[in-house]
Every structure is written in structure tokens, then in C-alpha cells.
Design a protein around this ligand. Structure first.
Ligand code: GUN
Length: 291
């Protein structure tokens, strides 16, 4: 058996087009564009690339992009004052402070300062709590993208055994909460899990977010399982995921490649969250079926 290769790049492009369609409807009805503010502190080259991609995607979706670049030696007080200004600015629907931040700044202090209703990253503990309690909020972009890809493969996930490998606040924990909301039986595995291969072998859905190159082997995968690989690991052989793609693809029912799987979904979901934020702020009814 050979798995369906899940084309995250194509799905993300389609999502971005659907978001752009709803952005156009919003702008015509409300008389302003949804706005996303992205804050970059310092000049980490990888972060600069991400911020540039986010800016281009925001403009391409028909939204307003506000970029704030601050020097690497910016104090925490100056950054918090900028967050306060963005919180109070009615033209800003989404605020994203690019991580990591320089060592003199406490990331937790910055994330918790963002208005939870503008926290399109979904990193604020209030949004983590809303997700855990089934309330409307913002879901972090990467796990949201993973869920969209899974539901595109199989609309009804109820009753499936899902194993999330990794327990980060940004991916593992929110992913588990989303799968629970879909009525999966969810296991969160991590570095201390005993006999990880046996745990993964039970799963109808595997979400790998550990950051260890090709750790999950084909013989850990239940035949026909859906495999979502969040890993992006740079090795001598180039970019690889947390799943050993070649061996897993001969057993799985469907699997995301690296690159071209989960990666492109993250920015598309950021656009989605920003549109949702603007719609909530203005009481604008989105056509959820169009998204
Ligand atoms: N750094 C790497 N990925 C992300 C992200 O999704 N959001 C933020 N704020 N910083 C990041």
C-alpha cells in the first residue's frame, strides 16, 4: 500500500484564496480592511524571513499589514508600550510578536500583554483556556492547519485513536485539545513516554511534533493511519520531518511531506485568524462554508 501524499501547499493556497474572498466582502461592507500588526525585535535572519512572508501574504489577502521593526537592544518596557498602542488601535485586528525575543525581554510578559481578542497566534493563556473549555478564541496556527488537513482527508474524526507526539504549548497541547473536540481518543506522548513505538502503533491519527529528525519509523505506523508531520529539521540530507517519510509512506493511508505539508498551512491560518478577528470586532457574519 502507498499513502496519499497530502499537498499542504495546494490546500494552503486554496485557503488563502477563500480568505481573500471573505476579506473583500468584509472590506466592502465595513469600509476598512482587516489589519495585522507584526512586531520583529532584532535581526535574527530566520525571523526576518518569516516576517517578510507574513507581510506578503497579508497584502496578497487584501488586508492591511503594519510592520514594526525594533532594534535588538529594545527594552521590555518599550516593547510593552508598543503592544499597548496596538491593543488600543481599532485598525489593528491581529497582533503577532515574532518569537524568539532577545534575552532582555520576558516572552511570557509580552504574550500576556497582548489583548486576547487580538492574539491571532493563539499564544495567550486566555486563548489556551478558551480552547480547553470549548469557548471561541484563537487557536494557534500550526495545529489549526494540521486539523484542517486531517478533516480534508476524513470529515468525521470521531472515535479515532489520535496520538500527538510532543507537548509544547504551541503545537502539542492545542493539537490534543482540537482532536479531543473532534471526539478522538487522544494520547499525548513525549520524551518520557515508555515504549513510544507501541503507543504510536495504536494510532489512527499520528501528529508528530517532537523536533527529532525521522524519529518515527514506518513500522511504528498502523496500516492506513493518517500521519501529520510538523517537524522541520535541517540535516546533512536537507530538510526532513520527525517522521521517516519513505518507510511511513508505504504503510500510512495519508501523510504530509516535509517540506510542502504542514509548513505552508501556518501562514494561511494566520490570515484566517486575522479575518476572524476583524469579523468579530465588527460583528460581521463570515460565510463559514466559504472558508
Ligand atoms: N516564530 C516562529 N514561528 C512563530 C509563530 O508562529 N508566531 C510567532 N509569534 N513567532 C514565531
Amino acid at each position: 500500500m502507498t499513502a496519499t501524499i497530502i499537498d499542504g501547499k495546494a490546500f494552503a493556497l486554496g485557503l488563502r484564496e477563500r480568505v481573500a474572498g471573505e476579506v473583500a466582502r468584509f472590506t466592502a461592507a465595513i469600509g476598512r480592511k482587516p489589519g495585522l500588526a507584526v512586531v520583529l525585535v532584532g535581526d535574527d535572519p530566520a525571523s526576518a524571513v518569516y516576517v517578510r512572508s507574513k507581510h506578503k501574504a497579508t497584502v496578497a489577502a487584501g488586508m492591511e499589514s503594519f510592520e514594526h521593526r525594533l532594534p535588538a537592544d529594545t527594552s521590555q518596557d518599550v516593547l510593552l508600550a508598543l503592544v499597548d498602542r496596538l491593543n488600543a488601535d481599532a485598525s489593528v485586528d491581529g497582533i503577532l510578536v515574532q518569537l524568539p525575543l532577545p534575552p532582555q525581554i520576558d516572552e511570557r510578559a509580552v504574550i500576556t500583554r497582548i489583548d486576547p481578542d487580538k492574539d491571532v497566534d493563539g499564544f495567550h493563556p486566555v486563548n489556551a483556556g478558551r480552547l480547553a473549555s470549548g469557548l471561541a478564541g484563537f487557536v494557534p496556527c500550526t495545529p489549526l492547519g494540521c486539523l484542517m488537513l486531517l478533516k480534508d482527508q476524513r470529515a468525521d474524526l470521531a472515535g479515532l485513536d489520535a496520538v500527538v507526539v510532543g507537548r509544547s504549548n504551541i503545537v502539542g497541547k492545542p493539537m490534543a485539545a482540537l482532536l479531543l473536540k473532534e471526539s478522538c481518543t487522544v494520547t499525548i506522548a513525549h520524551s518520557k513516554t515508555h515504549d513510544l513505538s507501541s503507543v504510536v502503533r495504536r494510532a489512527d491519527i499520528v501528529v508528530a511534533a517532537v523536533g527529532r529528525p525521522q524519529m518515527i519509523k514506518g513500522d511504528w505506523i498502523k496500516p492506513g493511519a493518517l500521519v501529520i508531520d510538523v517537524g522541520i529539521n535541517r540535516t546533512e540530507d536537507g530538510l526532513v520531518g520527525d517522521v521517516d517519510f519513505d518507510s511511513a509512506a508505504s504503510v500510512a493511508g495519508a501523510i504530509t511531506p516535509v517540506p510542502g505539508g504542514v509548513g505552508p498551512m501556518t501562514i494561511a491560518c494566520l490570515m484566517h485568524n486575522t479575518l476572524v478577528s476583524a469579523a468579530r470586532a465588527e460583528g460581521f457574519a463570515l460565510d463559514e462554508d466559504a472558508l
